[in-house]
Ligand binder design. Structure first.
Ligand SMILES: NC(=O)c1ccc[n+]([C@@H]2O[C@H](COP(=O)([O-])OP(=O)(O)OC[C@H]3O[C@@H](n4cnc5c(N)ncnc54)[C@H](OP(=O)(O)O)[C@@H]3O)[C@@H](O)[C@H]2O)c1
Length: 349
């Protein structure tokens, strides 16, 4: 099969680098175009990017020149890893030029006609593409994945919402420094420290969780009908967002039923055998001191959400711990899985 050429906007950043790593041996897509800010434009990729990953820069990409961030010579499939303020301007421009924009940024996630998708949870929401003005005009569109903390949380909540219904969700995050991009948080601010504030993160988690677990009704999503509160902290961990979660369910459930709902969970990406889909989207760890970022963040090549420590909650019904890789399942891997679902459903031409 001839591979589909793809471009990466924001290719030099933390998420851009993950895209390049994950696309290196991808069976369907190949990197054909890279763009970043005008600081990087015109340079060879290996010069422009401060590569932070443990595998080397793929050879074909290292010498590729960083292009201007305009759609003129870009391929028709674009992975976007831009800061929200820049994405708000550039993503519509690429969609308007007929590109399929598969975005990581928060800029357009909550727009009524933009699908916010985790393929294992609400793949059906990609139908919103059909009501987008860009799509009607020239085939272009924007699809987004959620915030890196919302993804792990929602993967853990989805099987419970389906079986028992959610009434209340409270989540407290401990988020890795790689979630702040590069160079991110200054070392003097984070070493030996916890920062109890990440701008707009709590709002994103609350509204995105409800959109993801909402129902598609024609041309819009009716948000999930449950109460939700998030508190977000930055901690001195390299990769992997950990979350302490408490829930109240509409229908009472036993611990064994909840654990079974997680371990048995499979969805469309597993049935379709999408290349980046983990065999198991959620795994419950029985040890009473897991999951931990150091040991569990790479489960399922970073695409599996690890859950542990299920126990009764004295205020709500149940509490547990969730761990998810923020730059893989929470960013580049999320967008890649979205693109694979789009291809499987005939949206990539
Ligand atoms: N890190 C995570 O775990 C994570 C998870 C989920 C979602 N996200 C989201 O993904 C996006 C990227 O995050 P990141 O962590 O990769 O950030 P980052 O490391 O700061 O990278 C930002 C990228 O945007 C480029 N850029 C900056 N200004 C630009 C402009 N005016 N025009 C074109 N490109 C420009 C940068 O290029 P230069 O190198 O040339 O400056 C760089 O490639 C953000 O919206 C973030 O919220 C991040």
């Amino acid at each position: 099969m001839k591979k589909i050429p793809v471009g990466i906007l924001g290719a030099t950043g933390v998420v851009g680098q993950r895209f390049i790593q994950m696309l290196e041996h991808h069976p369907w897509f190949e990197v054909a175009w890279l763009a970043a800010s005008d600081r990087s434009e015109g340079e060879a990729y290996a010069e422009a990017a401060k590569w932070r990953l443990k595998t080397p820069v793929p050879r074909g990409v290292a010498s590729m020149q960083v292009a201007p961030a305009t759609p003129d010579r870009a391929p028709k499939v674009i992975f976007a890893a831009l800061d929200a303020s820049i994405a708000a301007e550039l993503e519509p421009r690429f969609a308007d030029a007929g590109c399929a924009v598969v975005s990581n940024s928060s800029a357009l996630r909550m727009k009524e006609d933009v699908p916010l998708v985790i393929p294992e949870v609400n793949g059906g929401h990609i139908k919103l593409i059909d009501v987008q003005g860009w799509r009607k005009k020239n085939g272009g569109y924007v699809v987004t994945n959620p915030n890196c903390s919302a993804i792990g949380l929602v993967l853990a909540l989805a099987p419970l919402h389906q079986r028992f219904g959610l009434e209340t969700v409270m989540a407290v995050t401990m988020q890795a420094v790689s979630g702040a991009g590069y160079p991110g948080v200054a070392s003097l601010d984070i070493l030996g420290n916890v920062i109890p504030f990440i701008k707009n993160e709590e709002e994103k988690m609350e509204e995105e969780t409800k959109k993801l677990l909402g129902q598609l009704n024609g041309s819009k999503v009716i948000p999930g009908d449950f109460a939700m509160s998030a508190q977000c902290n930055r901690v001195a961990v390299e990769d992997g967002h950990t979350e302490s979660v408490s829930i109240r369910l509409k229908k009472k459930a036993k611990a064994g039923e909840i654990i079974d709902a997680w371990n048995a969970y499979r969805a469309e990406p597993q049935a379709l055998k999408l290349p980046s889909a983990p065999e198991r989207p959620i795994v419950y760890l029985e040890a009473n001191d897991r999951p931990q970022p150091r040991f569990d963040v790479d489960m399922g090549a970073g695409m599996t959400t690890a859950v542990g420590r299920l126990r009764a909650c004295g205020v709500l019904d149940w509490k547990f711990t969730v761990l998810s890789h923020n730059t893989i399942r929470g960013a580049a891997g999320a967008a890649l899985l979205n693109a694979e679902l789009l291809k499987a459903k005939g949206y990539l031409g």
